[in-house]
Design a protein around this ligand. Sequence first.
Ligand SMILES: O=C(O)[C@@H](CO)OP(=O)(O)O
Length: 252
Amino acid sequence: MTASATHKLILLRHGQSDWNEKNLFTGWVDVPLTEQGRKEAQRGGELLAEAGLLPDVLYTSRLKRAIVTANIALEAADRSWIDVKRSWRLNERHYGALQGKDKKQIRDEFGEEQFMLWRRSYDTPPPALDDASEWSQVNDPRYADLGDAVPRTECLKDVLERFLPYWESDISEDVKAGRTVLVAAHGNSLRALVKHLDGISDEDIAALNIPTGIPLVYELDEDLKPVKAGGTYLDAAAAAAAIEAVANQGRK
Ligand SMILES: O=C(O)[C@@H](CO)OP(=O)(O)O
């Protein structure tokens, strides 16, 4: 197969958010980017432009940390004009009763094993979030189309199950049509996508972390299988350091 027969998919986790900086479980809570997060987004866009990777269509979640990251990155790459599609199916994993809680406090209270089960296991969701909680999304107008199906908690398996239909119906169709697709989303919704693309097992996905603000580029063959497993980070050194930092969250 020639290089021109491959498809390009760019994954971008949002830049550092206010709650990333504060070390709080975030999930569906709609927190803003920090100044550093905005800089990461700007750098992400510059990396795209330097690599000549010009997105034709943007997919984002309905959360502003992903939306604003994409806007800043596309502005930096002079691609603000491209078509945009947003879906709750790209939202971060709903973190249940952990939303708004300090990661270190949860680790100290419940221990490393339970903490990591909730954070990274494939199929153990945290306890459900009470509908009366200030961090609940049940009455958020942006999810009115979901009715009572608004999540109260999710594990990664749940994320994969709600994300895959959208991948099949929309994102993969744009990829197959030859468009360079940018997906601006979240640590755990992108872990679900990478698990699917690379065929990572339920056990091995626990060790995979996605850094903020660094484009991860996948070249896909005509069956939408990655030409290179794991894709390529546009700034590999920065990605390695940032991946380590995500893996160690809650430990200090
Ligand atoms: O809090 C969250 O929503 C996510 C991403 O920031 O955290 P974690 O990496 O612990 O899954």
